[in-house]
Design a protein around this ligand. Sequence first.
Ligand SMILES: Nc1ncnc2c1ncn2[C@@H]1O[C@H](COP(=O)(O)OP(=O)(O)O)[C@@H](O)[C@H]1O
Ligand SMILES: [Mg+2]
Length: 374
Amino acid sequence: MKTILPGQTIGIIGGGQLGRMMGLAAKEAGFRIAVLDPTADSPCGQIADIKIIAAYDDEAALQELAKVSDVITYEFENIDYEGLKRLGTIAYVPQGAELVRITQNRMNEKAEIRSSGAPIANYITAYSFEELSEKIGQVGFPCIVKTAFGGYDGKGQVKLDSIEELEEAKSLFEHSTCIAEAFVPFVKEISVIIQRGRNGQSYCLPIAENIHKDHILHESIVPARVDQEIAEKAVEAAEKIANHLDLVGTLAVEMFVLQDGNIVINELAPRPHNSGHYSIEACNVSQFHQHIRAVCGWPLRKPKLWAPSIMVNVLGEHVEPLVKEMHRYPEWSVHLYGKAEAKEKRKMGHVTIMTENLEKTLTEIEASNIWFNK
Ligand SMILES: Nc1ncnc2c1ncn2[C@@H]1O[C@H](COP(=O)(O)OP(=O)(O)O)[C@@H](O)[C@H]1O
Ligand SMILES: [Mg+2]
C-alpha cells in the first residue's frame, strides 16, 4: 500500500468549495495541491499550488495533472468518468473510477444500494416517457421522477401526486433517462459520512440531521436527534454500502427516517458532503482531513465530537446580512468560499456553531435576521 507524505502533491479534480476545504486540510499537513477545474478563479484554485484550467475531459490537462500529482482524488461526482478511468492508468488514483460511474447515474446507484442489502424506496427505471407511462403503476402515487444524470439540489425532479400529473415529468426526458421512486413520508432526513482506507478500516462521522429549504440544505444539526436504535441502523446501512462498493475515501449516505423508526436510503455522494462541514471545528478529525488520510494511505482517526453543533449554509442572498450581523455572534465560525459573485441560492459559505444547547442555538439562528427574512 502506497503512502503519500507531506511535501508530495495531491491532485484534486474539481475546484469548488469541497476541493478548497480538502486542499486546506491537506496543506495543514504539509502537502502540496494541484487542481483541475475549468474556471480561472475557482475556490480551490485560490489556495492551490498548481492550477490547471481546463475541461475535465481535456486529455492534455489530465496528463499534466498526472505528471504533477503523487496521488489524485476528486471533489465531486460529475467529473468525466472516462477521463478519471484513463488517469488511473497513468497516475495513482486510489479511489478508482467505479464509484464515480455508479454515483453519476441514479439507475446504477439505486441498483448498487439495493444489492448491498440496505433499504431503499420502491423504484423503476425509464429510458423514455413511454416507458415511464407503462411502468409508473408499479411505483404508484405519490412518487418522484428524477433524472438519472446531473441532478442536484432538487433540480431534475418532479413530484407526481396522481396519474393526471404524469405529463409534468415529460420534459425531464429531454435531458436524461429517469427513475421514478415512491414518495417516502419521512419524519427526518439524516446523513452518515463514512470514510474508509485501502485496508478496509472505516469510520463514520457523527450523524447529521438535515433540514432543507427549497431542496437546498439549510441546516445540519449534530448529533442528529434520533434514537440510538435508529442511529445504529443508519451506521449499519452506511457500512453495508461502503463494504459492498469496496469504498476508498469518502461516501456520504443520505437517508430518510420513518415514523416507525426504520430508515430508507435516499442517495449517495462519493465525496465530502455539505452536511459534514461541522466536523472542521466540532470533531477531532474533519471529513476533509480524514479524506486526505484515506487517499494518502494514512491510518484513519476515530472521530470524536467535541460538542453538539449546528451548521447553517450561507447562500448568495445571506452574505450581506451575515456580514452586517456577524459582529453580534463572536462564537460563530464563519466560512466563505471565495466565490466572487453572490448569486441567489448559490452556496457561498457556511457557519458552524458549537453549542451545549441545540434548541437555544436554533432559536438564536432564527432570530438573527440572516436566514429567515430572506
Ligand atoms: N422519494 C422521496 N420521498 C420524499 N422526499 C424525497 C424523495 N426523494 C427526494 N426527496 C426530497 O428531495 C430532496 C432532494 O432529493 P435528492 O434525491 O437528495 O436529490 P439532490 O441530488 O437534489 O440532493 C431530498 O433531500 C428530499 O427532501
Ligand atoms: Mg440529496
